[in-house]
Write a protein that binds this ligand. Structure first.
Ligand code: ATP
Ligand code: MG
Length: 338
């Protein structure tokens, strides 16, 4: 039996957040890399889909790679690389763009949200923002990944990837493995602490409601203590009616391994107010991030090490992706070079 193959990535569009960690990164390090043949990458090409500063993307790419290592990814058991170092992503993306339809792209929720955000900021919407899910499908399909561990917001893109793979296979022959998204048990969608109707996102401008992995402990505490809740009495877990409170409970659930509803019942029975809950959440998050921050500081002192990991990772990734993408090129009718 072949081993499960897992692949996932993170965009260098901003400093990595608690949402990224709880929704994706933590599982990559704690579970996925030990259980499956795993590849993780810094999705730098995806960072160019919105207005960007070249020097910042470079800096954030390095930082993201360092943070992935700091969360516990072990280059001896998984492959860590930078997307743009492996040409196969862009090569396959073009082919998949010939299988996907314009209507499919425009239906993507993230496209609608991010294009609205760009327009509101007076920026033009890049064509690559529309075609981004095709590149993401290429990221996944090039490696024959079975599983894609992502936060809830990426479910739609993984579904699209499945559709494109099935369509391609049907038209041109069995070329791709059909992947599936996997989600964390809790905190699959961490919300902004100041606006619990919006997902916590590292590229968002307003930072007061976003906990960054590299925030100092007192900053984390301040952000959590100021989280928006509601004016109802008592602690109950209700995502629809009480999103701010539910978000805090879910974050605590993810930190402690307990159920959000059970935590709520505990606070309620004890007659504890929001202040007590927030204090517990702040402490739990600070402790959760402490080792990551410490390892990141160590790694920052040794940029040569990170570079070496990325170099080897890209070579390994290329070797996996190349044959699959070459086969897809032949399958659609492109003449192989003589
Ligand atoms: P951007 O605002 O640029 O889209 P982002 O914070 O959404 O940044 P991504 O690089 O798009 O981060 O996503 C990296 C991973 O983190 C994905 O698996 C995504 O599903 C997950 N993720 C992102 N935000 C959250 C969140 N708020 N809660 C849970 N998971 C999240
Ligand atoms: Mg995102």
């Amino acid at each position: 039996m072949t081993r499960t193959r897992t692949l996932s990535g993170v965009k260098p569009t901003g400093h990595l957040t608690l949402g990224n960690y709880l929704g994706a990164l933590r599982r990559w390090a704690e579970e996925d890399q030990h259980r499956a043949e795993s590849l993780f990458f810094v999705a730098d090409l995806h960072a160019l889909t919105v207005e960007h500063d070249p020097a910042r993307v470079r800096r954030l790419s390095r930082q993201a790679a360092g943070l992935l290592l700091a969360t516990g990814l072990d280059p001896r058991v998984c492959t860590l690389f930078v997307q743009s170092h492996v040409d196969e992503h862009a090569r396959l993306s073009y082919l998949l763009g010939c299988v996907a339809t314009d209507g499919e792209m425009r239906r993507m929720i993230q496209y609608k949200e991010k294009s609205a955000r760009a327009q509101a900021a007076g920026q033009s919407v890049r064509l690559s923002l529309l075609t981004y899910p095709v590149l993401m499908a290429a990221d996944i399909l090039a490696y024959g990944a079975d599983e894609v561990p992502v936060g809830e917001d990426q479910t739609q893109h993984v579904e699209l990837t499945r559709d494109l793979a099935e369509r391609f296979n049907q038209r041109y022959g069995q070329a791709f493995v059909i992947p599936r998204a996997t989600r964390p048990a809790a905190a699959a969608r961490v919300m902004d602490l100041q606006d619990p109707s919006t997902k916590m996102g590292k590229s968002h401008g307003a930072t007061a409601g976003i906990v960054y992995l590299l925030d100092e402990p007192d900053v984390v505490t301040k952000k959590v203590m100021r989280a928006v809740t509601d004016s109802e009495a008592g602690v109950t877990y209700d995502r629809e009616a009480r999103p701010g409170l539910a978000n805090l409970l879910e974050i605590l659930a993810a930190c402690t391994g307990k159920e959000a509803a059970a935590l709520a019942a505990g606070y309620d029975a004890a007659g504890a107010g929001f202040g007590v809950l927030k204090k517990d959440v702040a402490e739990a998050v600070v402790e959760l991030l402490r080792p990551v921050r410490a390892r990141h500081a160590e790694l920052s002192a040794d940029p040569g090490y990170v570079d070496g990991v990325l170099r080897e990772g890209a070579a390994r990734a290329r070797a996996v992706a190349r044959p699959t993408v070459d086969a897809a090129y032949r399958a659609v009718g492109l003449l192989p070079p003589a």
